[in-house]
Design a protein around this ligand. Structure first.
Ligand code: ANZ
Ligand code: ZN
Length: 834
């Protein structure tokens, strides 16, 4: 038949792979191993185009590596705990577990329809008691090793929903769901000591050469190592004020001090002055993130206290200021308005002196200041004994004098904080601890793991269902046997995704993983996912791997050797005049304009943005597969845009892909076993493509690989039957098989194979065929290009001249004029002068 029919072929080959266990990874295989991993999905309901793009890239790599003789681990599972399931429970009155399970079932069926080469035997969901039980056991091990601790810390408390909110859930100071004014509360919370690994996590970034520079930089900034001087000012009230500065070299430019609103000195000022108290309240209403403070208007309150400059003895005012954070450094700064922009804005507003103490050269020492701080490097000026020093030398000198004088010392400060993992939620891993009045906090004995979630919970009443469950939390203390209560906090879901890649590689029943088996697969060779996980998920996963290695469970440090962050799938947006969104299948084009399909009302086509439910600009993969088959969608995902860039979805694009599927089918159909004869140019193209497509795939340049396959296909289509043409067709078939596996299997079978092309090897090439022995010669008349010809490499001058003069285009151009001279540059060009 002349048409490839995905509706029958796709399912048939998917079943064939399943039945043969084609993609089941064997940890004991002697072959070289490749672990290819895409970030596992949250089972929110349906697979979207972003997933399809992400998993198609990983799939091509996995299939390709298998063709190169590797034992490939390409697993899939579900990041199944989290808030949306509880929201669904509250809104739709379904159990979070039931909601999650049914989403998983639906999404798994969707993934299967796309024909991904996944090892489904290793599938798990993080809400499986088996998985989270092992997680509890690892957590207890970390506790025993001193990497887990409890401390009282401030949380956002929603008094109506009676729950702790994440920062993102607080919108304009109100709970995102209840709309109630959020309160700050102190609660005992669990923490993981990620800060113990700060230096190591930072140092490790340097070795991650196959990670995007941008991601490494984001992690570096998040860890935020800075070094400087911590020193104390003597205050007029007899107290001491420790401050932290990264620029001790600018100390002579200090003209005021500033302290955070929740600094103890600010608190005591509030006790004495209603104005101070009111100002502190005002500060708390503003945002508290570093980014918000950076941009907000700088506000201050003069406490009336002064600080004595350690060198000049000058008295400087101490302000409470909204741009100083309590939990960084010491919560207090020396203000150097000449060289720090925040201080500059503040000093300008509150009339504090602004002095230059770093200048581009000494002659500039007394030039007037501009309208912003001068953050650049230079030479120290207006600074007594520091004058004429470099910034570096001045820093060292001030630190030395502070240390010698006993009023300060050089220190390193980190932005990274310990990881607060307590969530007052139901749908997460229960923290496996018991509180006993006599024995304190006691880990659940390992033989009692997993601590499973109770099923019979209600979401009618606000608050944590585990907390108010009638029986669940009441247990006997494992140590003294007395009455005790379970911890009702659950673990942050980032914990679940911090070690899932280990469990994929090794999943014994009696322990979380086997170190030897892990060593066979880790590190992940290619990790592919969204850049939105550039900081937290990747940092936490790197931390868990190190922490587990630290406590002797593993011998791996970096879990992901190479990271790739793919671009988004985007689509035009459509809206009605009233601002409501329309989905692409509710609109059609009418001439140049868009109208609604329903009643022809005018529609405004808007920006091309990431597909999202909120803007309705989504295209459902299932509908597309129904219409065009899996291979066309996969091909679309790889074509056109480089994988790191956004990919605009288009109807014409997917139609073009579907046409190409049929073009390939006709090409494969034209394979002529009886053909004889040579076609050196085509053979050479095929050999070159075998090498180039492999290189492209290894470099994740999928769009380039696609372009080369188009090119070889075009050349094979045009060629006359020959052995070389058959070779080229077989090459196309193999090269395209990781991308269009269903079509490839169907054609492979048709060509008489009774094995799967998924098990076939990548085609061999002949290195001799990669070398061009023909060259393209430009033919000019009076310096203007008229024609190009191919000639054997190194052809003599008179041969080239004869070929050039024989060209019809040249003859037309010369048009009988007298030829005065013919200039020949061997292998390059012929120029005819008349
Ligand atoms: C004087 C100075 C002069 C500063 C200058 C900077 C430039 P990084 O580099 O991010 O570590 N700072 C210290 N603690 C702070 C806090 N709790 N809240 C807000 N700002 C704080 O930043 C360190 C610098 O940020 C410190 O160095 C301090 O200002 C300020 F030309 O001291 B600097
Ligand atoms: Zn006890």
């Amino acid at each position: 038949n002349t048409r490839f029919d995905p509706s029958s072929a796709d399912g048939r080959w998917q079943r064939a792979w399943d039945d043969a266990g084609t993609f089941t990874a064997d940890s004991d295989s002697e072959k070289p191993k490749s672990y290819i991993l895409e970030m596992f999905p949250y089972p929110s309901g349906r697979i979207h185009m972003g997933h399809v793009r992400n998993y198609t890239m990983g799939d091509v790599l996995a299939r390709y590596k298998k063709m190169r003789g590797h034992e490939v681990l390409h697993p899939m599972g579900w990041d199944a705990f989290g808030m949306p399931a509880e929201n669904a429970a509250m809104e739709k009155k379904v159990h979070p577990g039931a909601w999650t399970r049914s989403n998983i079932e639906g999404m798994k069926a969707q993934l299967k329809r796309i024909g991904f080469a996944l090892d489904w035997t290793r599938e798990f969901a993080t809400c499986d008691p088996e998985y989270y039980g092992h997680e509890q056991s690892l957590f207890i091990d970390m506790y025993t090793a001193g990497l887990v601790y409890r401390k009282s810390s401030e949380v956002n408390w929603d008094p109506v929903d009676m729950t702790v909110l994440a920062n993102e859930q607080v919108i304009d100071g109100k709970g995102w769901r209840s709309g109630a004014e959020v309160e700050k509360r102190k609660l005992d919370q669990w923490f993981l000591k990620i800060t113990d690994f700060a230096e190591d996590l930072l140092g490790g970034l340097g070795e991650l050469e196959d990670w995007p520079e941008k991601v490494r930089l984001m992690q570096e900034n998040w860890i935020g190592k800075s070094s400087g001087l911590e020193f104390s000012f003597e205050l007029s009230n007899g107290e001491k004020l420790p401050v932290y500065t990264t620029r001790p070299d600018t100390i002579f430019g200090a003209s005021f001090c500033a302290i955070a609103a929740d600094h103890p000195i600010a608190q005591s000022a509030a006790g004495q002055s209603a104005d101070a108290a009111a100002f502190i309240e005002e500060c708390k209403r503003g945002g508290t993130t570093a980014a918000e403070l950076e941009t907000a208007e700088k506000l201050g309150f003069d406490t009336g206290i002064t600080a004595k400059h350690p060198f000049t003895g000058q008295a400087m005012p101490v302000f409470i200021a909204n741009f100083v954070l309590m939990d960084y450094g010491t919560g207090a700064v020396m203000g150097v308005p000449g060289h720090d922009q925040r201080d500059f804005e503040f000093a300008t507003k509150y009339g504090q002196p602004i002095t230059r103490v770093v200048a581009s050269d000494i002659a500039q020492a007394d030039a007037p200041m501009g309208d912003e701080a001068e953050a650049g490097d230079g030479v120290i000026v207006n600074s007594d004994f520091l004058d004429a020093m470099s910034v570096e030398d001045a820093k060292a000198e001030v630190i030395k004098r502070a240390e010698d004088g006993g009023w300060g010392k050089g220190t390193t400060v980190w932005r990274l904080r310990d990881w607060g993992i307590s969530r007052q939620r139901y749908w997460g891993t229960p923290i496996p601890f018991i509180h006993c009045d006599t024995c304190g906090v006691v880990p659940v004995p390992k033989d009692q793991l997993p601590v499973t979630l109770p099923d019979d919970v209600d979401f009618e009443t606000p608050g944590n269902p585990l907390e108010r469950h009638a029986t669940w939390k009441h247990v006997d203390c494992p140590t003294c046997g007395g009455k005790a209560t379970r911890e009702t906090d659950t673990l942050d879901t980032f914990t679940n995704s911090s070690w899932y890649f280990l469990r994929f590689a090794s999943q014994p029943a009696d322990k979380p993983f086997d170190a030897e088996e892990i060593a066979k697969w880790l590190p992940v060779q290619h990790y592919i996912g969204g850049v939105e996980h550039a900081i937290l998920h990747l940092l936490y996963a790197r931390f868990w791997t190190r922490a587990l290695a630290h406590i002797g469970k593993l011998d791996v440090k970096e879990p992901f050797a190479a990271l790739f962050t793919q671009g988004m799938v985007t689509h035009e947006t459509y809206s009605l005049g009233d601002g409501s969104w329309l989905s692409p299948d509710e609109v059609r084009k009418d001439g140049q304009d868009w109208v609604t399909i329903e009643d022809g009302a005018p529609v405004a086509a808007g920006r091309v943005v990431k597909m999202s439910k909120s803007k309705k600009n989504v295209v459902d993969p299932d509908n597309i597969i129904d219409e065009y088959g899996a291979d066309a969608v996969r091909w679309f995902m790889l074509s056109d845009s480089p994988p790191e860039r956004d990919l605009p979805w288009s109807a014409s694009g997917i139609e073009g892909c579907a046409r190409f599927v049929q073009r390939l089918w006709r090409l494969f159909d034209s394979y002529d076993e009886t053909a004889t004869g040579e076609d050196k140019a085509l053979a050479r193209k095929a050999h070159q493509a075998i090498v180039a497509v492999a290189d492209d795939i290894e470099a994740l340049g999928f769009n380039k690989a696609v372009a080369r396959i188009y090119e070889l296909t075009g050349a094979a289509e045009k060629a006359q039957p020959s052995e070389a043409r058959n070779f080229a067709i077989r090459a196309v078939l193999h090269l395209v098989s990781p991308m269009m596996p269903h079509l490839a299997e169907e054609a492979y079978a048709k060509l008489g194979h009774d094995s799967l092309i998924a098990d076939a090897a990548w085609p061999d090439h002949d290195p001799a065929m990669l070398i061009e022995d023909e060259v393209t010669i430009a033919i000019q008349h009076m310096g203007k290009l008229r024609d190009t010809i191919t000639a054997p490499k190194g052809a003599p001058k008179d041969t080239l001249e004869a070929l050039a003069l024989a060209s019809e285009k040249v003859q037309r151009s010369v048009d009988g004029a007298e030829i005065r001279k013919v200039i020949v540059v061997p292998d390059r060009l012929v120029n005819i002068v008349t």
